[in-house]
Structure formats: structure tokens, C-alpha cells
Ligand binder design. Structure first.
Ligand code: F6R
Length: 634
């Protein structure tokens, strides 16, 4: 989490830093800060100005506007608190005791406690509760040692000091450092947290993610783990972990540039919900064009032998991506006939199942930056590589919405969910994109392994072709319906979501959406589980939203819903109109479609219901409290 930016060039740094941070606010927004360095003259230390503000970036912008922050070089930070409350004294940049070194950091310094103790023994006084503050103090100490060894105060010395300090740090981090004695140099470093350098005309901008480069440059140099770079107006010097100089050709950013625009919508989340029909249409046009050759139903980057060589699949993901993976697992098992397991990436990394042969490991992450998912995939790759038997070799696939992300650099085979940049912190359209990726995968597995007849595959393809139109009428009609219902339930304390089979993950997703943006307690359950405990929660104050789609579990879900109604729960049905109106107190009706494609539709009322409750409660829908779009810490 957190976003960092560093800029050096001939323009005023503060506006560039603020512009970059604005594009990184999705990574955290509980406080923000920047530090700039102004050159005062030859052989004079630069003037360091540090501005910090609690809350959204707009507070920092106002502060900088009022008080200024001069200089052509600077570093900036937008924070998602890990260590220490979101207060000004914990906001970055952090400095050493004499305010000569300033640092911004994204990540967690895991051994900060022992480093802090050591520094305190040396007499250093800490002013924040953060893990980051050890870094400027350590750099300051190394600078002192280096100067005592006879090195002069120049950028090479700053570089050396940072190189020495990162050898002392444990954890995943990306950082940027400035020093008053080198007012024309910035040192940046990364270890398991993203950092990309943008090369402009006589200026450089380094940031946690490419959107911060929007409008600045398209020429980029993504940094690798363990690398340190020295940025000066003359150019970039890049070094690996061992301190060897690296030469790498910059690449061109493709499609990574965007400026956040809400169009006429009140919130990005609502806009993104409304974009879903177009995303579905694009997917259908790309993967299911008319006159489809039977042998290759959906274009994916694998040859036939790949599909035949897989005996089982394991999927690693977090949050909403994990819910998409659960729908995917249903499709892969029930339609394509391949045993599939879904794991929380954060659990898998420390308790993976015993290695099984011929296993495809899929990592699902919309941002492509989720630390747990990346680490779980890396761990799985390592342990498979350590096994000599080719049956255990890593077979990896990534599903992401960010094809330039760390995931895409870590894994060669990527399925692009193609949903376009998502700004709202609550995932909506990218979830739909992930679902489509799994439909494509399941169709391919079923076709290549002949686990389904051509007729069955064709029928699923035809059903999928109908989704864009269904989605279009759903988003149009449900906006108002969901809003009305949301107003009735806006003050409720708890909501239970029920689903079964392929719609159980949609119940989980409905509950997650409601929790994260409206702060209402919600739980998703497989409807059959209700009677094994959760039913004790029910009374007239607890609404139950039940997803009931005609298919193998339809009658079962209706019975489970009746059980809830018998306990006085207010029952809301996400179900085709005619089927449910006698059981349910209210309806969020969905078109009658085959059960197999229904999650692509049933999720929409969930998204709209949560959205309207949160909007009605006057909450910050796009940037809910305590959350961040990209979870780059463990
Ligand atoms: C929910 C949400 C989170 C993310 C989770 C994983 O709306 O956005 O639960 O799904 O943090 O993020 P990615 O998909 O980027 O790995």
C-alpha cells in the first residue's frame, strides 16, 4: 500500500509530485506529504521543505498552495497506515534528527523494532510511530561514517549510504531518499514493492505505479527487486543488489496512461458498474465472434498440449478476486471436469498443500500488485523448481487487469481481463472481467479435453453472447430499484447474503461489497449452511438477500429462504420475476438465464444495492475508510 513519487528536473517539483500522488491515491489516502529541495548556491546545502497533512490529498494540496514548497526536486507519499495511526506526525516524508535526510517508503520494514532499539541506544529520538522512520536515521548514520572515512558530501556518497542501509533492512519496500547536501540527486530503491522510473525530457519521475506518469512520459524503466538507482539531472545510474552497474533499455508504456474522469456519474464506482455491459460486449467480440470455429472457441495463449497436460488446478487470490476464483473453480470442475481448489493467497504462502503433479497454478489479482498473491505464486514457483521431476514443474497463469503490473512481469502467461482502469476501491467491473476470463478458460479446457460435447460448449457460448444485452437492461432498470430498496435498509445493522452452487461466491461478493463501502456488517453463506448456526442471528431486523436462480439448486435455495422468512427476516430475492414473488418481500429481479452464466448477472444487483446504501449514508464510496485499491503489504 501507499504510493510514492520522486521527481527531479527543471520544473517546480511540488505540482508534479501532487499530480503524481493524485493518480496514486487509490493506494492509500489517510494522509499525504511531500518534501522538496531548493538549490541555494554552490557548495551550500539545499533548502529542505517538508509539508504533511492528515486525510485526503486535497488537504496537502491546499497546504502546499498556501505555504509553498520550493525546488526542482522532491519526493511525495500518499499513505495507508500500517505502523502508527493516520496522524500528521506519522505521515511521510520522515527525516533524520537534523532534518537533513528525507525519506518516503511504501512497504513494511519488518525488522524496524531491533533497528529502532539500536538507534535509540545511539541517542536517536524518534518522533513517529512508523517503521519507516528508522531509514532516514540509518542513512544519516551511514553518511556520517562515510564522511569520517574521507568521502565527500556528493551523490556517490548518498548512493553508497543507501546501499549500505538497504542491506540492513528486512521486508518488502520501495523508497526514495533526498539529502540537503546533494540538492540535485535522489536515490530510489525497491525490494518486492513496485517502482518504475519515467524518463522525461531532462527530467525523471519515479513512482509506485505507472498512472503517476500520466502526462509526464511514456518511456519507462521498471526497477527490479534489489535495485537501487541514482537520479540526477544528467541521467540515471542503476545498480543491482550486489552494487554492480546495470544497463537496461527503457520500454514504452502501452495503454497505461489515464486521467481519472467520472463522466456524469456521482461516483467512480457507479460509473464502473455501468461500464460492465461494454466490457461484456468487448469480451464477446474478442473471444466469441460469430462463425466461431468449433475447435478454438475462445482465444487464449496456450496450445492444445497445454490443456491436456494439466491434471488439476489451484487458484490463489485475495478478496474479490478470490470470489471470482470460486466461480472459476465451479466452472472448471463442473463444466470442464478438472479438480480445482481455491486458496486465500495469504494462507497458501505459509501452509501450501503437498505438491501434486501436473498442476496449473493460477494467480488472480486485478491490480497485479497484491503482495500476498505475488508472494504465494513466487513461493509455489520456487518449491516446484526445486523438484527434479518434470511432472512437478511450475505451470503458471496470471489473470489481471494490469498487464504492465508486477504479476505480468513475474508470470509469462497472462490473461488480460480488459476492464480498463478501475478507480473505485470496491472492485466491480474488474470482477466481471475476471469471471469472463474463467468462462474462457473453462470452455477451452472442456473443448480441448473433450469433457463436454460440442453442443454443450456451443450452448454455453451462445448464452455468453446474450450477456451484454442482459447486463445493459439490468444496469438501467436496477439503478432505481436498488436505490429504493437501499433507502429502506440504509440503517440496518446486519445483512445476510445467501447463495448456492455457482452463486454462493456471489453471496460472498455481495456481503464484501456491502461491508467495505457501507460499513454495515454482512455475511455471505451457502444457503444450506444457514440452519447450522447463522439462522440464530435472524429476526425482523436482519434482512436476508437470497440469490435464487432456476437450476439444480433452485428449489433448495427457495426452501432455505423460506426458513429465513419463518424467522421473520425481511427477504429480498435476486431471482427471475415470476419465480419468486410469493416468497420474497422484495425483488431485485434478474432475467431468466442458464444457471451457468447467472453469476455474470446476479452480481449486478449486489453491487448496486451496496452502492446505493453507501451513497445514501453519505459515505465516501470510492475511497472507503481503511482500504486501499492495491494491497502491497503482507
Ligand atoms: C474488494 C476489493 C479487494 C480486492 C483484494 C485483492 O472490492 O477490491 O477485496 O479484491 O484486495 O486485490 P487484487 O485483485 O488487486 O489482488
Amino acid at each position: 500500500m501507499c504510493g510514492i513519487v520522486a521527481v527531479i528536473g527543471s520544473r517546480e517539483a511540488a505540482p508534479l509530485l501532487l499530480g503524481g500522488l493524485r493518480q496514486l491515491e487509490y493506494r492509500g489516502y489517510d494522509s499525504a506529504g511531500l518534501a522538496t529541495l531548493k538549490i541555494l548556491g554552490n557548495d551550500q546545502p539545499g533548502l529542505l521543505t517538508c509539508r504533511k497533512a492528515k486525510g485526503k490529498l486535497v488537504n496537502l494540496s491546499s497546504l502546499v498552495e498556501e505555504d509553498g514548497s520550493p525546488g526542482h526536486l522532491g519526493i511525495g507519499h500518499t499513505r495507508w497506515a500500517t505502523h502508527g495511526k493516520p496522524e500528521v506526525h506519522n505521515a511521510h516524508p520522515h527525516t533524520d534528527s537534523l532534518s537533513r535526510v528525507a525519506v518516503v517508503q511504501n512497504g513494511i520494514i519488518e525488522n524496524y523494532r531491533s533497528l529502532k532499539q539500536e538507534l535509540e541506544t545511539d541517542g536517536v529520538e524518534f518522533v513517529s510511530d512508523t517503521d519507516t522512520e528508522v531509514i532516514p536515521h540509518l542513512i544519516s548514520r551511514e553518511l556520517r561514517y562515510l564522511q569520517e572515512e574521507g568521502l565527500s558530501a556528493n551523490e556517490a556518497t548518498l548512493l553508497k549510504a543507501v546501499q549500505r542501509v538497504i542491506k540492513q533492512l528486512k521486508g518488502a519496500y520501495a523508497l526514495a531518499v533526498i539529502w540537503v547536501d546533494t540538492p540535485d540527486a535522489i536515490v530510489v530503491a525497491r525490494n518486492q514493492a513496485p517502482l518504475v522510473i519515467g524518463l522525461g525530457e531532462g527530467e525523471f519521475l519515479c513512482a509506485s505505479d505507472t498512472p503517476a506518469l500520466a502526462g509526464f512520459t511514456k518511456t519507462i524503466l521498471p526497477m527490479e527487486d534489489g535495485e537501487v538507482a541514482l537520479l540526477t539531472p544528467l541521467g540515471i545510474e542503476l545498480y543491482n543488489h550486489q552494487g554492480d552497474r546495470q544497463q537496461r533499455t527503457p520500454s514504452l508504456l502501452t495503454g497505461g496512461e489515464y486521467f481519472a474522469d467520472k463522466s456524469n456519474f456521482r461516483h467512480f464506482m457507479l460509473k464502473e458498474i455501468h461500464e460492465q455491459p461494454d466490457i461484456a460486449e468487448l469480451w464477446v467480440a474478442r473471444h466469441l465472434p460469430a462463425g466461431l470455429p468449433e475447435e478454438a472457441p475462445v482465444a487464449l495463449p496456450f496450445d492444445s498440449s497445454f490443456y491436456e497436460s494439466i491434471d488439476q488446478i489451484q487458484i490463489l487470490a485475495c478478496g474479490t478476486s478470490r470470489h471470482a476464483a470460486l466461480v472459476g473453480a465451479y466452472l472448471l470442475e463442473q463444466f470442464a471436469g478438472i479438480p480445482t481448489s481455491v486458496f486465500y493467497a495469504s494462507e497458501f504462502r505459509y501452509s501450501p498443500p503437498p505438491l501434486a503433479p501436473n498442476t496449473l497454478t493460477i494467480g488472480v489479482t486485478q491490480s497485479g500488485e497484491t503482495a500476498d498473491t505475488l508472494a504465494a505464486l513466487a513461493m509455489e514457483t520456487q518449491r516446484r523448481k526445486a523438484n527434479q521431476d518434470p511432472a512437478f514443474a511450475p505451470r503458471l497463469l496470471g489473470i489481471t487487469n494490469r498487464t504492465e503490473s508486477s504479476l505480468a512481469r513475474q508470470i509469462p502467461n497472462i490473461l488480460d481481463t480488459g476492464a480498463g482502469i478501475e478507480i473505485g476501491v470496491a472492485a466491480t467491473k474488474t470482477f466481471l472481467g475476471q469471471l469472463f476470463a474463467f468462462y474462457g478458460l473453462a470452455i477451452n479446457f472442456a473443448a480441448r479435453r473433450k469433457s463436454r460435447s460440442s453442443q454443450e460448449i456451443l450452448s454455453l457460448c451462445n448464452d455468453l453472447r446474450s450477456v451484454p444485452n442482459h447486463l445493459r437492461s439490468l444496469v438501467d432498470t436496477h439503478d432505481e430499484l436498488a436505490e429504493e430498496l437501499a433507502h429502506i435498509f440504509a440503517e440496518t445493522q446486519d445483512v445476510i447474503f445467501l447463495g448456492r452452487g455457482i452463486n454462493y461466491p456471489i453471496a460472498l461478493e455481495g456481503a464484501l461489497k456491502l461491508k467495505e463501502i457501507s460499513y454495515i456488517h454482512a455475511e455471505g453463506y451457502p444457503a444450506g449452511e444457514l440452519k447450522h448456526g447463522p439462522i440464530a442471528l435472524l429476526d425482523q431486523r436482519v434482512p436476508v438477500i437470497s440469490i435464487a436462480v432456476p437450476g439444480i439448486v433452485f428449489d433448495k435455495v427457495l426452501s432455505n429462504s423460506q426458513e429465513a422468512k419463518a424467522r421473520d427476516a425481511q427477504l429480498i430475492g435476486v431471482t427471475p420475476d415470476l419465480q419468486g414473488d410469493e416468497i420474497f418481500d422484495s425483488l431485485l429481479p434478474i432475467p431468466e438465464v442458464s444457471e451457468l452464466i447467472s453469476p455474470l448477472l446476479t452480481v449486478v444487483p449486489m453491487q448496486l444495492f451496496s452502492y446505493h446504501i453507501a451513497a445514501h449514508r453519505g459515505l465516501d464510496v470510492d475511497q472507503p475508510r481503511n482500504l486501499a485499491k492495491s494491497v502491497t503489504v503482507e
